[in-house]
Design a protein around this ligand. Structure first.
Ligand SMILES: *Cc1c(COP(=O)(O)O)cnc(C)c1O
Length: 382
């Protein structure tokens, strides 16, 4: 399908081409100077002490849980209205994801009340997700975590560059996990970053990222080491130089792309706010956003399948964020013993639609989408 208005698009130009060809000419393809530079630049951008480039956002989440020694019988609180990677990472370490409902139909971030209700003696950590880039209520989450002695992992896959007082999303909790998957605000194809301010975790992250080996290929290449020991059961979660090179250029563009996203959402809101048949979440949201997604909520009596199909016929791509995790068959099968009731999450899972949003969109594209929506809605009542 050649979309007229695609859901997301890559903001790439000659700069990305140039830096990747530099990597190819250098003949060093993984964990070299580009990775080091991206880690340095990313840590500076966030104002955090340590940033570790990894092969994906999922790898970052998995490493954070491993470093905290979270394991079987432990519980980790996590929203169900998120990408399945957030809770899969919890299953990778054998722990139990305990799903938390969202705050309301206008705030899709997790509910701090529900969160507090679900804390047990087994709870070890809270994995929060800044839905769509909208910063969760970190003040309150940190207070709850402190009171109950829990770690906070920020799944910041949607939220690169969101300010919170003197900090930036991902640098507020114990760990921040970022994804540079192709449709994220910063895209390298596959890739991610794990950040922390705590020195005591840094060495273990470095080890776990590369099979628990005490020296790297690069150190041996430059003659700093001849052999190595293996001191942990680690993984191959390394980042390639091509991915890191793309990340270096994408990071330079990030602040401007996020500004463009903000302006585009403003146009959407101006044109859709009064439309009957839908509502817009996060209006007058009290905290900042990286504007990764533009979600809308269709009224109960609008057929979502037909709505998305009507836009598809106009070559407008839409999506759903998210089918709730606790409803997936794998999760149903394995968690039948503790059925979760998450009424708001389930409602949003049934009525949410995500509209196109990326920094290459023009005002006329948004106006076209809004116009098609207004034409379509009246005939879609059930
Ligand atoms: C994309 C995403 C991830 C996983 O990132 P990958 O780089 O694809 O592994 C995790 N959590 C959320 C909320 C995401 O959107």
């Amino acid at each position: 399908m050649k979309w007229k208005v695609a859901l997301s698009d890559l903001n790439f130009d000659h700069r990305e081409e140039k830096i990747v060809s530099q990597v190819i000419q250098s003949k060093w393809l993984t964990m070299g100077e580009m990775v080091k530079k991206l880690e340095r630049n990313f840590a500076n951008f966030l104002g955090v002490k340590h940033a570790f480039a990894v092969s994906s956002g999922t790898a970052a989440l998995h490493l954070a849980l491993r470093v905290l020694d979270i394991e079987a019988k432990d519980e980790v609180l996590v929203p169900s209205l998120t990408f399945v990677a957030s809770s899969n990472a919890i299953l990778y370490v054998g722990a139990k994801p305990v799903f938390v409902d969202i705050t309301s139909l206008s705030d899709f971030n997790l509910s701090c009340d529900d969160l507090e209700n679900k804390i047990t003696s087994k709870t070890k950590a809270i994995m929060i997700v800044h839905y769509g880039g909208y910063l969760a209520d970190m003040n309150r989450i940190k207070k709850i975590a402190k009171k109950h002695g829990l770690f906070v992992i920020e799944d910041s896959a949607h939220a690169i560059g969101v300010k919170f007082k003197s900090k930036i999303a991902g640098g507020i909790g114990d760990f921040g996990c970022f994804s540079f998957f192709s449709n994220k605000n910063m895209a390298t194809g596959e890739g991610g970053m794990l950040v922390t301010n705590q020195d005591k975790f840094a060495e273990k992250i470095r080890l776990l990222r590369s099979h628990g080996m005490t020296s790297m290929t690069w150190d041996r290449h430059i003659g700093h080491a001849y052999s190595y020991d293996v001191t942990e059961l680690g993984y191959n979660y390394r980042m390639t130089e091509m991915n890191a090179a793309l990340g270096i250029e994408q990071l330079k563009k990030l602040s401007n792309s996020n500004r463009i996203r903000r302006a585009l959402i403003k146009i959407y809101i101006e044109n859709l706010e009064e439309t009957t048949g839908l509502s817009i979440p996060f209006l007058n949201y009290p905290r900042d956003s990286a504007f990764h997604l533009f979600p809308i909520l269709l009224d109960k009596d609008i057929n979502r399948g037909k709505f998305m199909e009507t836009l598809r016929r106009k070559k407008i791509q839409t999506s759903i964020h998210y089918p709730p995790i606790h409803k997936f068959s794998y999760y149903q099968k394995n968690f039948r013993a503790s059925p979760n009731k998450l009424p708001l999450t389930e409602y949003v899972g049934e009525h949410e639609v995500t509209l196109p949003l990326h920094p290459l969109l023009k005002e006329k594209d948004i106006l076209f989408v809004c116009d098609q929506i207004k034409r379509a809605l009246p005939s879609l009542k059930r």
